[in-house]
Design a protein around this ligand. Structure first.
Ligand SMILES: [Zn+2]
Ligand SMILES: [Zn+2]
Length: 222
């Protein structure tokens, strides 16, 4: 997928905020990987933050070669050994592996806040509203963020009504796909039905922390 824009995002059958955020995180990893591999100071800075959280470590692993991972995790391992040499404090040990200060999470928070504001701004346009209503909509975690970010009662009502319609469509698509799968007619499934299992998983848990849409497309044709 090329870089998402507000003009093309609603046709993607994924939560728009997930896609924008994922794109920012991908760009962050693509740019950071180079400095982590080539610059000792950048590797040490990452090690000082105790690396990535459980979700973003997968994204790091996917774009890294084995050699990259050796370069990146060498200083982190050294730091852990230094800590064990001077302390047996359980809290310090827990912190080493928890990714509390994950740099990709920082990118995620910034990206989500910025795109939430943009989304609310776009919702003032009738044309965008129509497109949003017909799309699979926001995932529930991002819907929660957006509802918290607006005091506009009319916007909130629109978002809740749209989400109900989107969930109903998803329910029908899941049932339609399951039925066609059962009678070996899944080739007759619509694009919406084929995407429904992935869309359902992303609807409840967001598409973050995985390679959304682009690399899970394979699942839709299995
Ligand atoms: Zn989302
Ligand atoms: Zn993270």
């Amino acid at each position: 997928m090329s870089a998402p824009t507000w003009d093309n995002i609603l046709g993607e059958q994924s939560c728009p905020l997930c896609l924008f955020t994922w794109n920012d995180i991908f760009r962050f990893f693509a740019q950071s990987l180079y400095t982590w591999v080539t610059e000792e100071t950048a590797r040490r800075a990452l090690a000082a933050r105790d690396g990535c959280c459980h979700c973003h470590k997968e994204e790091l692993r996917r774009i890294s070669t084995q050699q990259n991972l050796c370069d990146i995790y060498g200083p982190m391992t050294a730091r852990a050994l230094e800590m064990f040499a001077v302390s047996e404090d359980p809290q310090a040990i827990a912190r080493l592996g928890a990714g509390f200060d994950c740099p990709a999470c920082e990118v995620r928070r910034e990206s989500e806040a910025r795109h939430t504001d943009e989304f609310l701004e776009r919702l003032r346009e009738e044309h965008f509203r129509e497109g949003y209503r017909a799309s699979c909509g926001l995932c529930l975690p991002h819907l929660t963020n957006v509802l918290k970010a607006t005091n506009d009662a009319e916007q909130r009502e629109f978002l809740i009504t749209a989400q109900q319609e989107q969930l109903l469509r998803l329910q029908n698509d899941l049932a339609g796909y399951a039925e066609k799968w059962a009678v070996r007619r899944r080739h007759e499934a619509t694009a919406g039905e084929r995407a429904a299992p992935r869309v359902a998983v992303e609807k409840f848990a967001s598409a973050l922390g995985q390679w959304p849409g682009r690399t899970t497309q394979g699942q839709e044709t299995i």
